[in-house]
Design a binder for this molecule. Structure first.
Ligand code: UD1
Length: 381
């Protein structure tokens, strides 16, 4: 019997580990355990995802919570060290690029326990992003690097990672999206918010570079005001952003046709993505989900670590200059209404085989990435 511990910490980790959990259930001689660091701890940032994604209660909960960057990393490392000391697993799996990913990798490497990194090789080449540092360090430590898009292979090769450690397997986040589509269809969020499909723009903003400084956040909220005069906006607000809006006293700037909600669960949020006219975001994962669903996406960042979403997907990088974002939003909305007048709703374009020349779905984003990962790990262990 081989023992594997998968680490989850923050919201974007849960939908990546859920398909891995299911895939490992097929292997009787693998014991797959889940360690939740508690980096995200609110019910709406964590518990609801365990329920909706049908994940079991975590086997270990470190309860680290918020704090400074150093407090969070140190808290996770102290907690995970104890787990590894007593459990001595044969492999640690980390996903994505959050603080929990790198903190647990550092400890596993100290114990000489092999590390698998799911979503390896993504690079924004912007070292001001904490996630970029997390990605670089995690990939330098990992023994098995599971890559979701071709750029990841190139980046790892350039960094001198040996070819035999690199596995192009596809995207576990898309595994979840495909698996939960029937449940996403049953969400009642559109009725609850009194919205019709195609009638609204969905917005998410939480990057420190966009929300942690008063002037930037004020400009972005001013921009939402302008866009909302054209089309209804739904804005589920991340705790970081909510706290900053409050701290900078910007609440009154948000007009009535911006529908503000608490952070939403996976099923509600994905239904809103699926039926949005347009998504405006600074998230990483949402660039991928909109690409898969072929929903236009405008990313409020200067770079992306997921270039395939721009090269063949529906994503466009707008930078962070409000005038430029506004222009891109207006262009996208007028293209959409032109498409409709001609009776060609954008998102009914045919979806070809993922990765094929005429497809707009990246290669191997087919719902089976976690199965490939589990098979490779099983053979290696
Ligand atoms: C983290 C990840 C980011 C990911 C994001 C998704 C890092 C470096 N960043 O950023 O890559 O896109 O999660 O959400 O790991 N808070 C709560 N309740 C919670 C969690 C957070 O109120 O359950 C508040 C706290 O005030 C906290 C702040 O949000 O200080 C930021 O949380 P933190 O975990 O530091 O990073 P995120 O901004 O969520």
């Amino acid at each position: 019997m081989k023992k594997i511990i998968s680490v989850v910490g923050a919201r974007p980790n849960f939908m990546k580990v859920a398909p891995l959990f299911r895939a490992f259930q097929q292997y009787r001689d693998i014991q797959h355990l889940i360690c939740h660091t508690g980096q995200h701890y609110d019910d709406r940032m964590s518990r609801i995802f365990f329920e909706e994604l049908e994940l079991p209660r975590p086997d270990f909960y470190l309860g680290v919570g918020s704090g400074t960057h150093a407090e969070q990393l140190a808290g996770i490392m102290l907690g995970f060290e104890k787990i590894l000391q007593s459990e001595r697993p044969d492999l640690v799996i980390v996903v994505g690029d959050v603080n929990s990913t790198v903190a647990c990798s550092l400890i596993a490497s100290r114990f000489l326990i092999p590390i698998a990194h799911v979503e390896a090789g993504l690079r924004s080449f912007d070292r001001t992003m904490p996630e970029e540092i997390n990605r670089l360090l995690t990939d330098a430590l990992a023994d098995y690097l599971f890559v979701s898009e071709p750029s990841g292979i190139r980046n790892l090769q350039k960094e001198g990672i040996p070819q035999e450690k690199i596995f192009f397997v596809g995207n576990v986040m898309i595994d979840s999206l495909l698996y939960y589509l029937p449940k996403i269809a049953q969400s009642e969020i559109l009725q609850t918010l009194h919205c019709q499909p195609g009638e609204y723009i969905l917005v998410t903003l939480h990057r420190p570079s966009n929300v942690d400084h008063r002037e930037e956040l004020k400009e972005l909220i001013g921009l939402l005001r302008e866009i909302a005069s054209l089309k209804k906006i739904i804005f589920p607000v991340h705790p970081r952003t909510r706290n900053k809006i409050h701290e900078f006293s910007l609440e009154d700037m948000l007009p009535a046709n911006v529908i503000i909600t608490e952070p939403l669960g996976y099923l509600d949020f994905m239904q809103l993505v699926q039926h949005a006219a347009l998504v405006i975001t600074d998230s990483g994962g949402i660039q991928e989900e909109t690409t898969f669903l072929q929903i236009p996406c405008i990313t409020v960042r200067n770079n992306t670590e997921r270039p395939v979403t721009v090269e063949i997907g529906t994503n466009r990088l707008a930078g962070t200059d409000p005038a430029q974002i506004k222009q891109m939003v207006f262009e996208t909305l007028s293209n959409l209404s032109a498409g409709r007048q001609e009776g060609q709703p954008i998102r009914q374009e045919s979806v070809k085989t993922p990765g094929s020349k005429d497809s707009r779905i990246p290669e191997l984003w087919d719902g089976h990435a976690a199965e490939r990962i589990a098979k490779i790990i099983y053979e290696k262990l």
